[in-house]
Design a protein around this ligand. Sequence first.
Ligand code: SAM
Length: 404
Amino acid sequence: MAAACGNNERMDSHPRPTRWRQAMVARLEAAQDVAAPVAAAMLAVPRHLFVPGVEPEAAYRDEPIVTKRDAEGRPISSSSQPAIMATMLGQLGVRPGHRVLEIGAGTGYNAALLARLAGPGGRVVSLDLDADIVQRAREHLSAAGAGEVEVRCLDGAGGCPELAPYDRLIATVGVWDLAPAWPAQLAPGGRLVVPLDLRGVQVSVAMERDGGRWVSRSVRPCGFMRMRGPFAGPETVTVLRRDPEALLMLPEPRELGELHDAAALDAAPTEITVRREEPAPPFAAVTGLALWLALHEPRWCGVSGDFGRGPVYTAGLAEPGGVAVLQADGSLTVRGHGAAGARLAAELAAHVRAWDEAGRPEASTLRIEAHPNTPNAPDLPDDPAAGGRVVIRKRHTTLVVGFG
Ligand SMILES: C[S@@+](CC[C@H](N)C(=O)[O-])C[C@H]1O[C@@H](n2cnc3c(N)ncnc32)[C@H](O)[C@@H]1O
């Protein structure tokens, strides 16, 4: 089964999409490292053919495009943001001839990029949970000239043993734990790249085997919708408001009373400016702060949405009766809402200062080890003295995490 999409240009003879693709890749290259083969794949694969309901030009903005929601309005399928796709494909390092497994076919666009990278001698297998998504992904891939990609309707937690082994495995959906099937289906020397949950914060981590454990080779900030099905984690996403969208993310369910209402976040806040700065810290820094909170503070929460000053992803503290969130747009300010808001704002400001004094560690400085939970697994205690090492116990693995 060859994985190629060689006749894109025939299917996509219109010159404007070619220019839009060139502009998209140029913008990405100006903003971040994009590996040369990844840039070439993005130049070749027509993203607009994977999101047929969307204006073709809009398909080349650096934005995720939601393609399916559940009954509560939570996004459950999308074409991910091109910037994070480029980052993760760089981490994955697919070479011609590689056999690649993708968890989360979605629109099929990333699978088409993988097929370009693996070349005619490679193989790409992509899995999704819903039959309608799988059907559409197949249609898009075929329209884009990449019909050789094998798309199967399977729970990604089980991988696809029938076509294993794989040289590379990528999840384009947030995973709470490493499924035992994944390492088992990877060939010796194989690498996996997954958006991994660290107490509610996601990082895209590239891992390789090192004896009996898995060790991170690179870590990058990311934010993906979560895996569904029996392998889903305990994280919760609450829709605070639909239009404009506002979401509250918690690492596990917690009773927060009337905070499950956007009005609580829109109400007049207590503001504490921790530091004035210009320009605003980038997404990577805010994710670094979210990680700092997640590793140090059980009351942490994530918030994304538009609260009157444009879309933001930010982090904060929430407890019944109050929430405090960081605002990072030209200054680092914490805003507390609700009866406990002033106290929570002061506590969040103290965390922000501690993170600032520690040199603002970012996701890219994290080192993560994953140890399978076997009966003879060593006991791994937290060791805050040794670089803030934190141990996170999951169902199948124990993660040891520290800022490097
Ligand atoms: C962000 S989308 C993937 C984007 C996709 N790679 C693309 O290029 O369009 C995440 C996908 O993961 C799928 N998904 C969620 N849970 C899953 C599971 N347990 N097994 C397989 N796929 C799953 C969702 O249905 C959704 O289509």
